[in-house]
Design a protein around this ligand. Structure first.
Ligand code: PLP
Length: 407
């Protein structure tokens, strides 16, 4: 495969200007759009006409001009034929899974996924007769063994939340293709760093709430895939993104359009700082996990599948052993060192930190947390972009020492 440059793909997209020659696209905040004559209305409902078929926009839950600009940018960035935006990352995930699976179907899912996704797969979907088998995404043999004649898809996160295990997308895609099933990848932790569709994934989902936004002020999601699948999701009679109703607001889409041009710069800087901090922590003897470290168990995998020039992402973890130690470290980092915020979520310009086992992964039972390799003392860091790096490294060193992680 040729090296992929998502930044160039985005920049090559024809600029969509606003009204009056505005350098930014216009924000179209209408819920509904008038048609020029009555026949067009029924043609749109029959699917004969639409914005992409020489027709018009109709209703914003179906399609919206501003949201479409964002979708086109995302499909360019991912190298997919099309994309569709949703009101949240969970909406992107649930609409994708409910479009691909029906009652009686089965999913092989990574056991190291976001807690909300785990709850969806383990609690809600079984109520609809769609069951999942959870496996270690890095164990290709275990993934293969879990596939049955009822399996419709494999579901993984490129960089698993919160363990930072790396899924070998190329190998999983080959296997999914061989077995006639789909590979769905949540790439929330690694936009630009990895382009799963170009490695063979059928569907790429995002929580745009995170790095793609970067501002911590937006909830949004996206689904990037083939034209056929995106059209199915938007079908007026069976499309889950239309009929379950998770519409992305046009003003929110506009904010995201404004942030995509500097996503590459932000990802590089998140990655540069996270790598420096991970190296420092490793040298100090702290139990740090970061995909860019040669000691990361799947370091060679990420090196093989990543787009060069974007680093290894902004997420790292420290295993403090116990929840008490984790809390002590976060307390010092926030309240003594002003290093970052004790808060969930990720991809923000400041550093965020949370103890995953008792917060964003608390939907997962303690026994299953242990199976996925999640220690109760694991602190997940989303490394920010603010402050002088040298100063941040000193703050971190003082804090791990004061918390008693090193002597
Ligand atoms: N996927 C991952 C990897 C996440 O970490 C999250 C949220 O934390 C989601 C999906 C859900 O996204 P949202 O909160 O935008 O619905």
């Amino acid at each position: 495969m040729q090296p992929y440059n998502p930044e160039a793909a985005l920049a090559d997209l024809k600029r969509e200007m606003g009204e009056y020659g505005g350098v930014n696209p216009s924000v179209s905040t209408s819920a509904m759009y008038a048609v020029t004559n009555p026949e067009i209305l029924s043609e749109i409902f029959k699917g004969i006409k639409g914005p992409e078929k020489g027709g018009r926009y109709l209703y914003t839950r179906h399609t919206n001009p501003t949201v479409d600009v964002l979708s086109r940018s995302l499909s360019a960035m991912e190298g997919t034929e099309a994309a569709r935006c949703t009101a949240s990352g969970m909406a992107a995930i649930s609409c994708t899974l409910l479009q691909l699976c029906k009652t009686g179907d089965h999913i092989v899912a990574s056991r190291t996924v976001y807690g909300g996704t785990y709850a969806l797969l383990s609690q809600i979907m079984p109520e609809m007769g769609i069951c999942s088998t959870f496996v270690d995404p890095t164990d290709i043999t275990a993934v293969a063994a879990a596939i049955t004649h009822k399996t419709r898809l494999i579901y993984v996160e490129t960089v698993g939340n919160p363990t930072l295990k790396i899924a070998d997308i190329t190998a999983l895609a080959k296997m999914a293709q061989r077995r006639g099933i789909k590979l769905v990848v949540d790439n929330t932790f690694s936009p630009m760093v990895v382009s799963p569709a170009l490695l063979g994934a059928d569907v790429v989902v995002y929580s745009m709430t995170k790095f793609i936004s970067g501002g911590g002020d937006i909830i949004a999601g996206a689904i990037c895939s083939s034209k056929d699948f995106i059209e199915t999701l938007a079908d007026l009679r069976c499309g889950r993104t239309v009929l379950l109703g998770p519409t992305l607001d046009a003003t929110v889409a506009f904010k995201l359009i404004q942030r995509l041009p500097h996503l590459a710069m932000r990802m590089r800087e998140h990655g540069r700082r996270a790598l420096a901090m991970a190296r420092k922590l490793e040298a100090l003897g702290v139990a740090v996990t970061y995909p860019g470290l040669a000691t990361h168990p799947q370091h060679r995998v990420i090196d093989r599948i990543r787009n060069k020039g974007y680093g290894y992402g902004g997420m790292l973890t420290i295993d403090c052993g116990t929840t008490e130690m984790a809390n002590a470290l976060m307390d010092i980092l926030q309240n003594r060192e002003t290093f970052g915020h004790i808060a969930v979520s990720l991809g923000y310009y400041d550093t965020l930190m949370s103890c995953s086992g008792s917060s964003t992964s608390s939907e997962i039972a303690p026994a299953d947390q242990a199976k996925m390799g999640l220690s109760p003392g694991l602190v997940r860091f989303s490394i920010g972009l603010t402050g002088a790096l040298e100063n941040r490294l000193k703050q971190l060193e003082r804090a791990v020492m004061a918390a008693g992680l090193i002597s």
